[in-house]
Structures are given as C-alpha cells and as structure tokens.
Design a protein around this ligand. Structure first.
Ligand SMILES: CC(C)(COP(=O)(O)OP(=O)(O)OC[C@H]1O[C@@H](n2cnc3c(N)ncnc32)[C@H](O)[C@@H]1OP(=O)(O)O)[C@@H](O)C(=O)NCCC(=O)NCCS
Length: 194
C-alpha cells in the first residue's frame, strides 16, 4: 500500500489531511462527546492522552500505508472538526473498511457527506479498491443515512458483535462496490445533461 502521510484531499468546504500533534485537543473534544460516541466501538474518551496516542500511532501507520485516517478542517479556518478513515485493508481482495466521526456542532450541514465522497473517490480511483465496507450499530440512523446517500447497500446483520462498556450491540454491515459507485456517477452525469 502506498504511503499516506503526504496525502491531502480538498472539497468545496473542507481540507482532509493527516492528523498533527496540535490536533490532539480538538480530537479529544470530538471523542469525549457522549452523543458522538453513542454508537462508537469505545466509550467516550476520558483524557487527551487517548488523542495523543492515536495521533502518535498515525505518524507511524500512515507512512507505512497501514491505514488511512484524515482529519477534516474547514477551508474557512478553525480547528479539526472530524476524521474519516480507511482501515482493515485486504490487498488481494482490494477491499477496506470506512469509518468517520464529526464534531456535534457541525452535524446536519452535509460536511461528512462531502468528505466521504472525496474519500470514496480516492479509494476507488487512486487505490483501485473494489469494495468498501462499513460496520455500524443498526440504531445509528445518522450513520445509516450517510452510507445510503453514498450508495452503500445494507448487506447483513450480525448479532451481538460488540460489547462496549457492558452494552451488547449488533452490527449492520454495509457494502459499496466500485461498480455501484461508477454506475451512480454515470447516472448523475446523464441527469445533469438531460
Ligand atoms: C454519522 C455522522 C458523521 C453524520 O453527520 P451528518 O452531519 O448528519 O452527515 P452529513 O454530512 O451527511 O449531513 C447530512 C445532513 O445535512 C443536511 N445537509 C445540509 N446541507 C447539506 C449539503 N450541502 N449537502 C448534503 N447534506 C446537507 C442533509 O439534509 C442531512 O440531513 P438529514 O440527515 O436530516 O437528511 C454524524 O452523525 C456523526 O459523527 N455521528 C457520530 C459518529 C458516528 O456514529 N460515526 C459512524 C460510526 S460507524
């Protein structure tokens, strides 16, 4: 896998770039919020050290291409507002998992949709992946809407796959194929021409 530490993606309103040491406070605040973490795979973070550790891991993992996590900042300025990532790469099957979190004050403005469109285009384009997967809590309707808007199909239901802080929860498994993405792009182009 190629190194990701120099990668930057830009969208109309956002710059997506690797995390830096000075993102630790903003990253911590996002993941300390119980609403953001309601359906996450860990409890809300309890100290900024968790953010510092995650950033330190990325400083090793991104140059090695082990996973790709990008921080979201608004082009108009300001601190980090979220992250999106590709992880669990399987090179021979050309697939990976997608993950994302946005700071609560930024919800509902289409920012994550904008970021994920850029990330998915990169995954199917530059990285030549064939399939993306998302594992979400079936109760996480905001996340399900984000995936549906990108064209992900709900493919499976796995019972009691997670236990977080003693709470047992299921997985809804979503998938998006490169061919689904291409077909949607063609339909959009045709609709714009009509
Ligand atoms: C999942 C999550 C990222 C979605 O955030 P979001 O802001 O709702 O996502 P989007 O960027 O797609 O925004 C879409 C909403 O903004 C609205 N919107 C406003 N302007 C928009 C624009 N220009 N383009 C698209 N949508 C726009 C849409 O109508 C939509 O509202 P709706 O969901 O009521 O239909 C967010 O809820 C989150 O961080 N949750 C906690 C972490 C989490 O659960 N992550 C997933 C774990 S697997």
């Amino acid at each position: 896998m190629q190194p990701f530490d120099q990668l930057a993606l830009s969208t109309e309103r956002l710059l997506l770039r690797p995390l830096r040491a000075d993102d630790a406070d903003a990253l911590f605040r996002i993941h300390a919020d119980p609403q953001v973490m309601r359906y996450w795979s860990t409890p809300p973070w309890s100290g900024v050290a968790v953010a510092e550790e995650l950033i330190a891991k990325d400083l090793v993992a991104l140059p090695a291409g082990q996973h790709l996590r990008l921080g979201l900042t608004e082009r108009s300025g300001g601190a980090l507002v979220g992250t999106c990532s590709l992880f669990a790469f399987n090179q021979s099957c050309r697939r990976a998992e997608i993950g994302y979190a946005l700071a609560r004050p930024q919800w509902g403005a289409g920012l994550m949709h904008e970021a994920l469109r850029a990330l998915v285009a990169f995954a199917f384009g530059e990285l030549k992946l064939n399939r993306l997967e998302a594992d979400i809590d079936p109760r996480n309707s905001a996340s399900a809407r984000s995936l549906a808007r990108l064209g992900f199909a709900k493919e499976g239901f796995l019972r009691e796959r997670w236990i977080v802080d003693g709470e047992v929860s299921d997985t809804a498994l979503y998938g998006l194929l490169h061919s689904d993405w291409r077909a949607a792009a063609t339909n959009e182009t045709n609709a714009a021409r009509a």
